[in-house]
Design a protein around this ligand. Structure first.
Ligand code: PAF
Length: 279
């Protein structure tokens, strides 16, 4: 396994692998790897002849009051996990090399990125789209893998690869959950035991919505109100958003009469967590 911080070295390694006709698989991450990441990496390992994982906590996708400085970082542990998964190359760049002095070019998706998390985290998807485009230009993957937990992110990335003619296939893989139902996320590392229990309300909300729809409920407002009641009945939880949207456009639906995405974001104490399901 090669580990490098150098963009030039990644380029030269990839060039050689492409000459050997190897399929380049790519899993971009911000590190603090968990089973969710590993599910992407295991799938990529099966598909790809050469597997690249990037670890880069991207400052551009964090707002000024967000957790960039304290975002969990544990390179030693991540490296050991990636070694075990037989990853070929870890790209682990410095922020100053990704964003050199005078950096002033951004990639912005202007529709899908505006609802849901885009509303409460202005600039977040511009940061994601910019770094993913840069990473794709550096790694030149044939296939790139993303998790469905970040549903909106995955849709924005699919859109941008299509719009900007980036020749990478985007594969989106299922959410991995703890037995309790809590979706795996690097931010779960911030939660105390008590908060982790409180965070189960996310999964409970998804189940509540599913049951209501199964019982014939079709009104988004009714379902959102029920979920809000459930969340507001518990201490230390704050709703950021609860939305029922079209899974393709991410625009709110008026009636649940076809596949609908339920997406929610809540604060458990100070920690913002998201989850979603298709109903
Ligand atoms: O999902 C993430 O970990 C990040 O948003 C990504 C895609 C690696 C871009 O920084």
């Amino acid at each position: 396994m090669t580990i490098t911080k150098s963009i030039a070295k990644v380029r030269s390694i990839i060039k050689k692998q492409k000459l050997k006709n190897k399929i380049i698989g790519f899993v971009p991450t911000m590190g603090a790897l968990h089973q969710g990441h590993l599910s992407l990496i295991k799938k990529a390992r099966k598909d790809a002849g050469f597997l690249v994982v990037s670890i880069f906590v991207n400052p551009l996708q964090f707002g000024p009051k967000e957790d960039y400085r304290i975002y969990p970082r544990n390179f030693k542990k991540d490296r050991a996990l990636l070694e075990k998964e037989r990853v070929d190359l870890i790209f682990y760049p410095y922020p100053k090399n990704m964003y050199t002095a005078g950096f002033s070019t951004y990639v912005e998706e202007t529709s899908l990125s505006k609802s849901l998390c885009g509303k409460s985290r202005p600039g977040h998807f511009r940061g994601v789209a910019t770094v993913v485009t840069k990473l794709f230009n550096i790694v030149q993957p044939d296939i790139a893998y993303f998790g469905r937990k970040d549903y909106q992110q995955a849709q924005v990335i699919k859109r941008l690869t299509q719009d900007l003619n980036i020749p990478a296939q985007i594969r989106i893989l299922p959410i991995i959950r703890q037995k309790s139902g809590l979706a795996l996320s690097s931010r779960n590392a911030y939660l105390s035991q008590k908060e982790e229990k409180k965070a189960l309300v996310l999964y409970q909300s998804l189940r509540l919505a599913r049951n209501l729809v199964k019982q014939g409920q079709r009104k988004p407002h009714f379902i959102k109100t029920k979920i809000a009641k459930l969340i507001n009945s518990r201490k230390n939880l704050k709703i950021d958003y609860i939305e029922l949207v079209d899974p393709k456009t991410l625009k709110p639906v008026k009636k649940i009469d076809k596949k609908t995405l339920l997406a929610l974001a809540i604060f458990v104490g100070k920690i913002r967590l998201i989850d979603n399901t298709i109903i």
